[in-house]
Design a protein around this ligand. Sequence first.
Ligand SMILES: [Zn+2]
Ligand SMILES: [Zn+2]
Length: 347
Amino acid sequence: MVSGASLLTHGKPELDTYDAVAEFNRNDQGNLNDNTFQHTESVPYPAYRVKYDVDKIYDIPGVGESYEDCGRIFKIWLCENCGHKQPIKNSCDRAICPECWRTWATKEGKRVVERIKGFIKAYKDCKGKRIGNPKHIIFSPPQEEAKELVSEEGGVDKLRKKAIAIIKGAGIRGGLVIFHPYRIKWEYLEALGAIGKERKVGFWELVRQDALELGNWHEYVNLSPHFHVIGFGNLAKSNEVYDKTGWVYKFKRHIDKEKDVFGLVFYLLSHTAIREGKRAETWFGSLSYNQLSKVKRVVTYDPKICPVCGAEMVVEFVLTGRREEQLVKHITWIYKIPPPPEAQRTL
Ligand SMILES: [Zn+2]
Ligand SMILES: [Zn+2]
């Protein structure tokens, strides 16, 4: 298992050894906290559902159809020293796929960690001092207005734009936002919690599994648009932000470990709205694509190490039993914060 690598270390990528599912389940327990924050509905649920029918407009990961080969195991990692085996599941890497959405979320999670680490390093190189650890914050818009907006074509993009302006105005100068359209309905939390404890499965996974046999995952959720932020900066007081904007924010915590950034992103992606052809995460401010640029690609090839005995593992093809050596490719980037334009420099 992985030690909690600090965000400021720049050793080999360690994410491959994370047990993504365990991380996910651990984080999913935090869902109740998400819900404690729910805005009061001013329109009774059935009425507004008839009005907009918006509870069913978004898909979350893992609720679609898989392809025939999804999840099949054609090869495994094998430790020839101690016999430890790890299946390599065939994956289509689509967010909608019930077999493969975890592979999608794992890849996205690694990308996020990579860019955040890159920013921390670039900041130090550029400014000569360390920036603190990123914060996890939830921003919720005034609900009735937001629900109407996100039920329109392109409405989420408008709401996201607004969210980013408000997040920046609240003092967060850069980071990423992930949109959540839904929260789990209050009336099912207790029953789901009890099943989850027994099966050691998180809330959203139980929703996907239709654990209460309600017939469809949509039955478990209410439209309740909000944004999760992982970002850098000093937050203005919550009541001041609310008075000015009508948005409510809730500070969750500082994230000081690389694996915690990964675990959090994986969890947040597990119930984001799928955006066809677009990434679920949006970078803004000092971490946006035009303010933090990639300047150099670094590729390394590393052996896969057996988590039990530490030996190098090989790939074995299930059908033929043929074995071959294989290295794992890691791509990282060096990032650069553009220096301020000449004109703006003092001295
Ligand atoms: Zn698939
Ligand atoms: Zn081994």
